[in-house]
Write a protein that binds this ligand. Structure first.
Ligand code: NDP
Ligand code: MG
Length: 389
């Protein structure tokens, strides 16, 4: 029987890698919904070649373009964030959640509510609503599978193991674009410099988050939420080659490492075929040629985001919602040239310490998350204005 699949964020970097894998065995899948935002031509092309039921753009002003691009194909077209959220309710067996940012939360949540298997690339969901996501999956018998390479690595290392025997989880970080820069140069880092990654080919936002380590900060929180492990058992290790993605340390001193090429089709494919393994079109590593793996401790002066992640985990409640919202706005500010690279962490720090305790301690419902997300965004916008003014 064909598996019904949807790809939320199909036009992005993770989305395109997912399309690539599905398109290699199109007869195995019945594609339900593809979603994008600005890249209408790609969205329409993929919807046509994968024979999707519907293509949805987040951008209402692009609906006519999408209709034109799909003309004669018989594929439905829709637009707007509510249409994307609704796509989560369409009966589906497997969903790739790969929208960037908090916009990915609701459609993923809806897919879990219908008991679908959700391959979660959208780490922001776990950062801003971890407890809600996990509870929703549990209540509806839905399977949540990690797609982030580190978390997929941990998940694979844990197969058949008892989580209570885990002493430590180490996630690696390439160090991003500014790993070796003198600290005093960081204040002058440009958008183009922050947007180039030494090892991975990813969307622009996550690439900048890698340079600032906000990506790793989110991944520490993601690790805590997904694996239900205490924060003090999670470590970050800078590993410039990015070939070891994660290590799991057990109570008998053994470490199981996940090693693989820097190709997201491995983690996506693992989640697509789980619980089986299937051949994937990724490079087979040649260790004799690679020669050396190197490691170093992360420097919290260079990457203050790592300290902020620890604070968020200590604080608990909706602190992750505040952190994620402030980070998204600060990143927008850097991308649009309103603030400098190092201002991003300063702004997130400021907002984390300015949101009222009552809001952070509110129960984790979708309404409260949306509210706290909005007030945190407003606070971050004000911080940016103050700096710009
Ligand atoms: P991209 O920026 O490449 O793609 C983002 C996708 O989301 C695109 O389809 C984009 O549409 C769509 N989109 C953007 N804004 C909105 C919105 N407001 N509403 C609905 N859809 C929107 O990102 P990546 O693929 O790099 O990352 C996707 C997610 O996966 C992120 O959460 C990221 O952290 C995570 N991730 C990514 C990895 C990678 O290797 N890229 C690795 C691990 C995790 P369009 O392009 O048409 O505008
Ligand atoms: Mg990652």
């Amino acid at each position: 029987m064909k598996r019904r699949v949807s790809i939320f964020g199909s036009t992005g970097s993770i989305g395109q890698n997912t399309v690539d894998l599905i398109n290699r065995n199109p007869d195995d899948y019945d594609v339900i919904a593809l979603t994008g935002a600005s890249n209408i031509q790609q969205l329409a092309r993929d919807a046509i070649r994968l024979c999707a039921d519907v293509a949805i753009t987040a951008d209402v002003s692009r609906l006519d373009d999408l209709r034109t691009a799909l003309d004669g194909s018989g594929i439905d077209s829709e637009a707007g964030s509510s249409a994307i959220n609704e796509a989560g309710h369409r009966p589906t067996d497997w969903v790739m959640s790969a929208i960037v940012g908090a916009a990915g939360l609701t459609p993923g949540l809806h897919a879990l509510q219908q008991g679908a298997t959700v391959a979660l690339a959208n780490k922001e969901s776990l950062v801003c609503a971890g407890e809600l996501i996990l509870q929703t999956a549990k209540q509806n018998g839905a399977q949540l599978l990690p797609v982030d390479s580190e978390h997929s690595g941990v998940f694979q290392a844990l197969a058949g193991e008892d989580i209570s025997t885990v002493d430590r989880i180490i996630i690696t970080a390439s160090g991003g674009a500014f790993r070796d820069w003198p600290l005093e140069k960081l204040a002058h880092a440009t958008l183009a410099q922050a947007s180039s990654h030494p090892n991975w080919d990813m969307g622009q936002r996550i690439t900048i988050d890698s340079a600032s380590m906000f990506n790793k900060a989110m991944e520490i929180i993601e690790t805590k939420e997904y694996f239900g492990i205490s924060a003090n058992k999670i470590e970050v290790l800078v590993h410039p080659e990015s070939l070891i993605h994660a290590l799991v340390g057990f109570n008998d001193g053994a470490l199981i490492a996940h090693v693989g090429p820097t190709d997201m089709r491995h983690a996506i494919g693992y989640a697509l075929h789980w619980p089986k393994r299937q051949p994937l079109p990724v490079e087979r590593l040649d260790f004799a040629r690679i020669g050396t793996f190197s490691f170093r401790a992360p420097d919290e002066k260079r990457w203050p985001a790592l300290r902020l992640a620890r604070e968020v985990m200590e604080r608990g409640g909706l602190a992750g919602t505040v952190f994620n919202a402030a980070k998204e706005v600060a990143l927008n500010g850097f991308v649009s040239g309103d603030i400098s690279f190092i201002n991003m962490a300063e702004i997130v720090d400021k907002v984390l310490n300015s949101v009222a305790v009552d809001h952070i301690d509110a129960p984790m419902t979708l309404d409260n998350i949306m509210y706290v997300d909005q007030i945190s965004r407003n606070a971050a916008i004000n911080e940016i204005k103050q700096r710009a003014g």
